[in-house]
Structure formats: C-alpha cells, structure tokens
Write a protein that binds this ligand. Structure first.
Ligand code: HEM
Length: 384
C-alpha cells in the first residue's frame, strides 16, 4: 500500500478559514476522504464517519500517548471509565443543575437589555460556558479568567502547531488541577461538597483514580467542553437572529427548543473534529489508509451531507434525528449530551425572554472561528 505523496488539502489555509463550512462542503463532494499536510485522513461523508464510529476494532481511539479518559481509550479499558462518568450526567444530576444554569443565564442576559449591540460570544456565550462548567465542578469563579486564557492560548498553539507551547499548556493545566485537588485534600468541608471531590473518592477497577486520570477527566469536562458549548450558543443565536419566524415561535413555545437546538447545530456543528487511528490497512472512499495512520472525523461536513439530510441548509421539524451526529454515535457517544441539551434549552430560553427581536447588527458581519474551533469568533446582535 503506497500512501499518496501530496496533500489534497490543508485545513489551515486562508480560503478554508474564511468560510469553513463551505470549504468542508466542497471537500465532501469532491474529495470525501482527503489526505492533509500532516499525513492525516479527513472524512467528510456521513456514511464514512458513521462506519468509523461503529467500528472500534479497525479504528482505535488511542491516537496519542497522553492519558485521555475516556475518549482516548478502547474496549475493554474504556468500559469501566465510561461506567464511572455516566452517572454524573444522569437525569437527577441534570435536574439538580437546571436551576443553577438558568440563574447563570438570566444573570448574564439581564444586563444585555437596552444595549444597542451585543457580541454574543464575548458578552454571553463564553462567560456562560465558563461559569456553568465551574459551577458544575464546584470550582471557584476566580478560576474562570485563567480557564478562558488557557483555552485561547491552547487554540492559538493548536492552530500554529506549536508543540512546545502545547506541552507548556498541558503542564499549566495539570498545575491548576493539582491546586483544586490539594485544596480538597486539605479541607474536610470541601471533601463533602462538590463533583470534583466526589470524583476524587470514586473508584475504577477497584482502585482510586490516579491524579493523571482525574486531571484528564476534569480537563475534558471543563476546557474541553467550554469551547463547544460557547460555539453552540453563538451558532443558535445567530441562526435565530436570521430567522425571525422561528425565533418568535420558540419565544412563544420554549418546549420546542430541545429539537430546534439540535437541528440548528446539525446545520452548523459546534464541534469540528475528533480522531481515530487505523489499527490495520483499510480502504475508505477508494483511498488506502495505512496501519497507524490517523483518521479525522469532520462532524461539520458529515452532518450536512445531502445524501442523508435532503436540502441540508433547510431547518426541518421532525427530520431523521437518529442520523444527526451532533453528539456522536457508537461507544464514545457523548455522555454529557443530556446536560448540554438542558443547558442550551435554558440558555436560549433566557436569551429569548430577555430580548424582543434578535437581529444581526448592520455592518457587523459574523466572524468565523478559526481552527480548531467551530462556529463564530464574533456574533453582533441587537434587539435586547
Ligand atoms: C454542545 C455540546 C456538546 C457537543 C456537541 C458534544 C459532542 C460530543 C461528541 C460528538 C462526542 C464523541 C467524540 C468521539 O466520538 O470521538 C463527545 C464525547 C464526549 N463528550 Fe461531549 N459534547 C458536548 C458537551 C459535552 C459536555 C457538557 C460534557 C461533559 C461535561 C461532555 C462530555 C463528553 C465526554 C466525556 C466524551 C467522551 C466519551 C467517550 O469517549 O466515551 N460533552 N461529545
């Protein structure tokens, strides 16, 4: 098997970054399994993505030497860790967290009222996601700025493929986690109180979690998800501002937000990609993928595949929701989905109740987020 010697595309080029969704749509139609300059294969079609998600024998989640719990694990190692984290997103936990989330959303939405123009990303989405995830973990509000800076620097380093900076950032995050763990080990009151302490007491395969495993779980639940949640809020708010009839319908019938949020994010996925590693030589879309080569799942393109979603840019009630890959599929399907869905319903209801007609601000077009983020860097809205 001879790997191709030239790259089909690069995700970082200016044309792709100027309009990422259009670029991924073009790739899906013209080069659905594409080799990039880093030597990875990106999958753009729904059928290829689904096949890979459901085949954890030929496509492993062990893509890095770093501990990643549970996303970087394969069976049988994955099962016990997955079993450990699922209860944190149970119906009871979601019900416990709902009023807290709503209070954070209302607290941030209220001061937007009466303002001429609001950048939903900086003024609402990012602060909400940071505050909500810290509240969930039981982390102090004082950590929010550090987490926000960390996320920004991590995105910059990933875009620039700056390995030394990425290593430094990993160490900085571990230090932040160590502080949280140390505080709880020292204080009996804190040991009882929150989800971080609960995680510290939990056991897997009959033993406590190591500090590295705990740091990985906490990284995934905080900085891993803050960006995705914030992107989702920006995407939904922007779509509703452009679609007045749907906006008014959801303002009057908030019980429809649950489905509408998923369908809007199908058209514009807030999470861009995840990875797998081929465990053996395999053919996909007529391309030969070598053993140990990395495969990148492009969620944005797969969820806009017209072979599965006719007229993919049309919002439709009752579209085949089982085909929506927003929260993934297979054994790694998002365990946080019930929590994320609840948060997005509360957030959007709060934004709609604190505004009369959300509209784009003339002369201030949206700014797409740069790789590796999805969604927007800026979304200016008026109508609060
Ligand atoms: C809009 C918000 C979210 C979206 C779109 C999303 C999407 C996804 C997707 C597509 C996957 C599958 C990844 C893969 O197959 O490699 C995933 C996995 C995961 N998500 Fe989410 N997620 C969201 C929010 C959350 C939240 C709030 C949490 C927890 C606080 C969370 C925790 C996880 C975990 C732990 C995994 C790995 C599961 C495993 O490997 O078994 N997610 N998510």
């Amino acid at each position: 098997m001879t790997p191709p010697t030239r790259a089909d595309w690069t995700i970082r080029d200016a044309a792709t970054q100027a309009d990422p969704r259009a670029a991924y749509d073009r790739m899906r139609e013209h080069c659905p399994v594409a080799h990039d300059t880093a030597g990875h294969w990106t999958l753009f079609r729904h059928a290829d993505v689904r096949a890979v998600l459901l085949d954890h024998t030929q496509f492993s989640n062990r893509v890095s030497q770093h501990v990643s719990v549970p996303n970087g694990m394969d069976p049988p190692e994955h099962g016990p860790f997955r079993h450990l984290i699922e209860p944190y997103f149970s119906e009871q936990r979601v019900a416990w967290f709902r009023p807290l989330c709503r209070a954070i959303a209302d607290d941030l939405a209220q001061p937007l009222q009466g303002r001429d123009a609001v950048d939903i990303m900086a003024d609402f989405a990012l602060p909400f996601a940071l505050r909500a995830q810290c509240a969930f973990m039981g982390w102090p509000q004082s950590l929010q700025q550090r987490l926000q800076d960390w996320i920004q620097r991590s995105h910059q380093a990933r875009f620039a493929q700056d390995r030394p900076a990425l290593a430094q950032l990993a160490a900085a995050f571990d230090a932040m986690i160590d502080e949280q763990l140390a505080q709880r080990r020292q204080s009996a009151a804190a040991q009882e109180a929150d989800i971080t302490s609960e995680l510290m007491r939990s056991r897997v395969n009959g033993r406590p979690l190591s500090d590295a495993e705990m740091a990985s779980i906490l990284r995934n639940w905080t900085v891993g998800e803050v960006g995705t949640l914030a992107a989702a809020i920006g995407i939904i708010a922007h779509y509703l501002a452009d679609n007045a009839a749907l906006q008014q319908r959801l303002r009057a019938q908030p019980e429809q937000l649950y489905y509408a949020n998923d369908e809007i994010q199908r058209m514009h996925n807030p999470l861009l990609e995840n990875r797998r590693r081929a465990t053996c030589p395999v053919e996909l879309g007529g391309r030969q993928i070598g053993q140990d080569e990395q495969v990148v799942i492009n969620w944005v393109a797969a969820n806009r595949d017209p072979r599965v979603f006719a007229e993919p840019d049309c919002f439709r009630w009752g579209r085949n929701p089982q085909d929506n890959l927003l929260y993934g599929a297979g054994i790694h399907v998002c365990p946080g989905a019930p929590m994320a869905r609840m948060e997005l319903v509360e957030v959007m209801d709060s934004l709609l109740q604190h505004s009369h007609t959300l509209q784009p601000v003339a002369g201030r077009p949206v700014l797409p987020a740069r790789y590796p983020a999805s969604g927007y860097a800026q979304v200016w809205l008026t109508g609060f």
